[in-house]
Write a protein that binds this ligand. Sequence first.
Ligand code: DAH
Length: 358
Amino acid sequence: MTDLRDKYLARINDASEEAALEQVRLDAIGKKGEVSLAMRSLGKMTPEERQVEGPRLNALKDEITSAIAAKKAALEDAALEERLSREWLDVTLPARGGAGGPARGSIHPISQVWEECTTIFGDMGFTMAEGPQVESDWYNFGALNIPDYHPAREEQDTFYMHRGEGDDRPAHVLRTQTSPVQIRSMEEHGAPLRVICPGRVYRADYDQTHTPMFHQIEGLAIDRDLSMANLKWVLEEFFTAYFGRTVKTRFRASHFPFTEPSAEVDIQCSFEGGTVKVGEGDGWLEVLGSGMVHPKVLQAGGVDPDQWQGFAFGMGIDRMAMLKYGIPDLRAFFDSDLRWLRHYGFSALQVPTLRGGA
Ligand code: DAH
């Protein structure tokens, strides 16, 4: 019995890996293990012998079982220690080089164009403002002189937030345009004012040129004696900086509830060979809506329309990115396809400059 004990405790002690330990377990207390066989032979003993041998064998079995468990835990700890020291990683090291150089993320075209636009307008004295994406009915529509019956409010365009049963206050909406930031900026800063408001907007629409979420950039300038001429100058200055070449514009009379007069602005481009080239040719492409801020809108923002005038404009950031970087399908912007991002993305170090990226 002491032989058995010494033998197996020694083997357990010597086992250097889990497989060896398992073998010891089988040899000692497995079905055909030595200790198990000894226990089975208890039946052939005299009751007296059994009374002595039985408890001894049981104690031996328990001792071996716990010795194995302890050794197993020790082996696992050692394996973990070993792995931790082997897989040690210095997170302060530079990114590991892949096949094509250092592994890197890239700046999404939307972020790039967002930065380019705010940089250019910033240089013209516009400060940046942002507003909430979940907007009240008042800011998104009412304050912008969009009456209740206006088709823009209809369900197919606007995402309405759910209201509780019996709660008949006007619903909040996912803002359908960045124009509500005009009102918020007027309320916050009063006149005079020059702000540029980039942000996400939402409409229930989906095809090659429409996605339910997209990006707009809104501009608002309020001062004494502002006119459409100032608007035209600012926009032409912007397009020239943005596209890196002189871009002719064409103002077409239009209608928006929040401006009077209103104009849609086209930029000069050619469509030859199936690609759009801005700043050449004799074609026109509509890129934004604009106008002189409606007196009711100034009033809604707390600005006296007898003292101040303003011009405003709104354009699609995604559209501007497609035009400048030759990206054909809007939906791909939001697919998170790495191949697309590698192709159209920008280096994180390529900081937009006033005339950058042209
Ligand atoms: N909010 C308009 C839209 O989403 C765009 C727009 C038109 C903005 C005229 C303006 C503006 O500020 O003056 O279609």
